[in-house]
Design a protein around this ligand. Structure first.
Ligand code: G3I
Length: 318
């Protein structure tokens, strides 16, 4: 018994959730669980470029502020997500030439990070997100195609200039286990740090699916990054399945959740685990993977699932 956050805090870790501004503004049950169970939050969409700077130089922070205010009221840390990404970035950015794109990026980072630099709730940022393809090559996004890989170091330097205390992360998916993509990430982080680029943290998203198996060597992978001197964290955990749910799939899903939590608990430099939402009522999965779903730890009517118990018991040391 007792909420997840109490057990996580007892282990020196955070347990977090992504928050969507819609239900946060109008669903009591959503707010209650989000506040009671978690000691860390990430904006699911509200801090992305399309939300914070939809037209050049026009910044809108209503959604981002709503998340930060909620977190402050509930004594939660906020992880800023995300400054430089190829998705959910307005067309006006994508069409700029190299010089203009670099300065738009630096200005965006300066304004968004700067807004929260003195806010004690906001402690970390995903500075760049998803820079790799699954084979470990750099993703040929508009960022890379226009600026080459130099945009990554420039983004971290701009973030550090805007907030000297925030923990600055690089974040990706399919990097939880040891594979070509996580090794490319490892080499990049190692090389950036050797050059003095302020990368403090690596985020492992953790978008898992029971039908693809559990990734290999998660704890060892987290540890090899930790040995580079960075903090590590699970940033977007969910475990989807082919619908409909059944008891067998729920049990497998619970095992995946438990394994991820235990891997983080076993690595001192792992700061915590953020789940990408908490209720199956609100999840990105069904829109992106038709026929899949039920990826979270509460069902659509806010009842706890076996995956909740797995996270709870792992954090409680069971
Ligand atoms: O804002 C519009 C709204 O105006 C419109 O009425 C509505 C109608 O569909 O769409 C709204 O935009 C949606 C947006 O979420 C906000 O709800 C987009 O269509 C939808 O594509 C977008 O999906 C988000 C997705 O990122 C976009 O790539 C998901 O909510 C969000 O969970 C997901 O999160 C990403 C992480 O940021 C990075 N890692 C992967 C993860 C899962 O894809």
């Amino acid at each position: 018994s007792g909420p997840l956050r109490t057990h996580a805090a007892g282990r020196g870790k955070f347990i977090g959730t992504a928050l969507a501004t819609g239900p946060l503004s109008n669903e009591t049950q959503y707010r209650t669980i989000a506040g009671q169970e978690f000691n860390q939050v990430t904006a699911e969409n509200a801090m992305k470029w399309e939300s914070t700077e939809p037209s050049q130089g026009q910044f809108t922070f209503s959604g981002a502020d709503a998340i930060v205010d909620f977190a402050t009221q509930n004594n939660q840390q906020v992880h800023g997500h995300t400054l430089v990404w190829h998705s959910q970035t307005p067309g006006w950015v994508q069409g700029l030439n190299a010089t203009a794109m670099r300065s738009a990026m630096q200005n965006h980072i300066s304004q968004v990070v700067g807004r929260y630099a003195s806010n004690p709730a906001v402690v970390s940022w995903d500075v760049v997100n998803e820079v790799f393809d699954d084979n470990g090559n750099m993703r040929t996004s508009f960022w890379y195609n226009t600026l080459g890989s130099s945009y990554i170091a420039d983004a971290f330097r701009a973030a550090r200039a805007a907030d000297s205390n925030a923990r600055l992360c690089i974040n990706d998916y399919n990097v939880e286990g040891i594979n070509a993509k996580s090794t490319a990430m490892y080499n990049l982080v190692s090389s950036l740090r050797q050059q003095g680029v302020p990368v403090d943290c690596v985020g492992f998203q953790g978008h898992l699916a029971i039908q693809y198996g559990f990734p290999g060597q998660v704890q060892q992978n987290l540890q090899r990054f930790a040995d580079l001197g960075v903090q590590v964290r699970i940033t977007e955990l969910d475990v989807r399945m082919q619908m409909p749910r059944d008891a067998t799939k729920d049990t497998t899903q619970a095992t995946y959740y438990r394994n991820v939590v235990n891997a983080c608990l076993a690595v001192t430099a792992c700061a915590g685990i953020t789940i990408w939402g908490f209720t199956d009522r609100y999840s990105w999965v069904g829109d992106t993977f038709p026929g899949e779903g039920a990826a979270l730890i509460y069902n659509e009517s806010y009842q706890q699932k076996p995956s909740y118990t797995a996270v709870h018991d792992a954090l409680a040391g069971g």
